[in-house]
Design a protein around this ligand. Structure first.
Ligand code: FUB
Ligand code: ZN
Length: 652
């Protein structure tokens, strides 16, 4: 195996813990992610999603605003939000990860666009490093007067993340120089000189500053991130949960307030705990993640129960048709979860990442990469009258508040970095995706490649390409919580391996190049019920297969409507491979029927006894006109025609 002195293996992806960081696991280099499910989604992102960015940012006015701030154009500010700049930065970040993954050669045009837009950003920056086109153009340069809503530090955070991505992925310094000037300015205002005691009502700059510290080695950025995280929750912005200002994170018992704000703050806190080893902050992150999963997470991994303030609801308040589940909240949950997975080594974080990626996140972008969902409901009724706008249940080409599309672009473009990790014992595979993963065990490279048709097939073939020859090391595979059974064989022989409490199946041995491991996960379709405290879906079940949540779309089902559908949960489920449908999917079918109740046309309420004695004529049950219900993966919904949809199906 490896005899020469190993070269340092430094992955060029998001979240690069420093040398002394208190992490259990470290991200690995992911190379050649050139096949399988995620490759397909990433190709659409690279060929359609990201390239359309400059045109959309031009037509929505974001680039015009930068020119206004630079005094190279005239006119009025375009767009309704003080965070218009953040769309540009998120797009730049996505483009940077894409350039890193493709080596740049295949993306000459994209690299030119990145340079062009970076120049616009640099021109718009003020001499002291400040940059926010909304305040520069419409507020006469009055800064930091509205930390609750102004988003100045939020935008700074996205700029910093884009700059770190560009530097890490391509070595480019231009954007990093802009970001460093802005960060130094922030440090002079909020940090060392303490001109203002405050923080941004929309977290984001916290996690970004930790990444800038990692990229530059400048300790002041880490300290500033720590200052911001700790100032939340002391009433400086009025004490609202919406702004993460009701309680310090260390005292919070459950996630609350605006979902994206909460999750970005938690990602920043996890980053901070990673770099400082702060056990109290780590405990708060663990507690809040656990409470969120147990009480405030939709089956799709979606987060956020209210349209009103885009916020979390009460525990178990998880509505269906009014589920908010903003696409950005799914992205933020993946960011937070991955930091926690690395910090703790617990596979359960990657379980939620998987559920979120395949469902609540992926539904946010159409199969053709051109249309988006901002909110991700779990039900659309037969008579749905869509009001359009950003929070529409119909896919849209861009939004007035366009936070979600470039967020999807940047996560897809960097996704290969969320798949595997390594530690001093070996390599861990968190997500099952075809690719080649290069980790480091005690200073020596460990290389494992994976081939799989997951999530359609549960078979994952892994091959050891390199690793220490003189001692055993451990290959760890995540056994998903949803999985009822699995088999593993090593070099063709069944292997006995136990699954740790946190979900890792560990195989320790003296590996040789060419050693093959085959993991088979039971993918049979299944019914899932919710905790009875989730009133909105009491008496209902959802269909799942592997990591995918399924849904019914009205036009796939006999009779069209879904509001009166009942599933016969006692009858077996079946699956069918449909290569021609929705880019190639496996559908799940179930037996069901329609049930109407006596309704005299003016009042839908009855004595309970009347409902249970539904006249036979109005009750089409099994045996008399049973229906075959056809379900498709939730991530594919709303890709064919408008109509009704439901994830949760009544059982009676
Ligand atoms: O406020 C900036 C972004 O806009 C938030 O993250 C989203 O929830 C949307 O409100
Ligand atoms: Zn969003």
């Amino acid at each position: 195996m490896s005899h020469s002195k190993p070269t340092p293996l430094v992955p060029a992806g998001p979240v690069r813990p420093g040398r002394g960081a208190a992490v259990a696991l470290r991200p690995v280099v992911a190379a050649d992610v050139t096949g399988g499910f995620w490759h397909g989604r990433r190709e659409v992102n690279a060929r359609v999603g990201i390239p359309q960015g400059p045109r959309l940012l031009e037509s929505a006015g974001n680039l015009h605003n930068l020119r206004l701030a630079a005094h190279t154009a005239r006119g009025a500010f375009r767009g309704d939000y003080p965070f218009m700049d953040s769309d540009v930065y998120k797009w730049l970040e996505a483009a940077a990860w894409r350039l890193g993954a493709s080596g740049g050669a295949a993306d000459v045009e994209l690299a030119a666009q990145v340079d062009r837009i970076t120049a616009l950003v640099a021109d718009a920056q003020q001499p002291d490093g400040y940059l926010n086109t909304w305040f520069q153009v419409t507020k006469d340069g009055r800064r930091y007067e509205d930390l609750r809503w102004g988003h100045e530090l939020y935008c700074a955070g996205h700029l910093i993340q884009a700059a770190v991505a560009h530097h890490r992925a391509t070595g480019g310094k231009e954007l990093l120089e802009v970001a460093v000037r802005f960060a130094d300015h922030l440090d002079s205002v909020f940090g060392r000189d303490k001109q203002i005691d405050g923080f941004d009502g929309h977290p984001e700059v916290e996690t970004a500053l930790v990444e800038l510290y990692r990229e530059t080695g400048e300790r002041r950025y880490l300290d500033l991130a720590g200052y911001f995280v700790e100032r939340h929750g002391h009433g400086l912005l009025g004490g609202e949960a919406y702004c993460q200002d009701r309680l310090p994170l260390r005292d919070q018992e459950n996630v609350e307030g605006h979902a994206v704000r909460q999750l970005y703050l938690l990602a920043g806190a996890a980053d901070l705990a990673t770099e400082t080893g702060d056990r109290g902050l780590l405990a708060a992150c663990e507690r809040l993640w656990a409470a969120m999963v147990a009480t405030k997470t939709h089956i799709t991994g979606g987060l956020g129960a209210h349209h009103d303030e885009e916020d979390f609801g009460d525990p178990f308040e998880l509505p269906n048709e009014r589920a908010y589940c903003e696409t950005c909240a799914a992205v933020a949950s993946v960011h937070f979860g991955w930091r926690m997975a690395l910090l703790t080594g617990d596979a359960r974080y990657s379980d939620l990442i998987e559920r979120t990626l395949f469902n609540g996140f992926l539904a946010g972008v159409s199969l053709d990469g051109e249309r988006w969902l901002y909110v991700n409901p779990l039900q659309v009724r037969d008579g749905h009258a869509d009001t359009g706008g950003d929070q529409s249940a119909r896919r849209t080409r861009w939004f007035r508040c366009a936070c979600c599309p470039p967020n999807v672009m940047r996560l897809l473009a960097s996704l290969e970095h969320y798949i595997a990790s390594s530690d001093s014992d070996g390599l861990q595979i968190h997500q099952y995706a075809t690719g080649r993963y290069v980790g480091e065990v005690a200073g020596e490279p460990v290389i494992v490649s994976a081939h799989t048709d997951y999530p359609w097939s549960g078979v994952v073939r892994l091959s050891v390409e390199d690793g220490p020859a003189d001692r055993p090391w451990t290959l760890s595979l995540r056994i998903p919580q949803w999985c009822a059974g699995h088999r593993i064989s090593v070099a063709g022989q069944d292997a006995a391996a136990t699954v740790s409490e946190s979900g890792w199946l560990r195989v320790e041995r003296r590996w040789a190049p060419g050693d093959e491991v085959t993991l088979e996960l039971d993918m049979a379709p299944r019914l899932v019920a919710a905790d009875p405290r989730v009133d909105s879906v009491r008496g209902c079940v959802a269909l799942e297969r592997g990591p995918l949540v399924y849904c019914l779309e009205g036009f796939d089902n006999p009779g069209g409507g879904l509001d009166d559908i009942v599933i016969d949960a006692a009858r077996p489920l079946a699956e069918e491979s449909r290569p021609e449908l929705l880019g190639g999917v496996i559908t799940v079918t179930a037996a069901g029927y329609r049930r109407t109740v006596p309704n005299d046309g003016w009042w839908p309420y009855r004595a309970p006894a009347d409902l249970t004695r539904t006249p036979a004529a109005q009750h089409t049950g099994p045996g008399d006109g049973a229906l075959v219900l056809t379900a498709v993966p939730y991530y594919t919904w709303a890709n064919r025609q408008d109509g009704s949809m439901r994830v949760w199906i009544p059982t009676r």
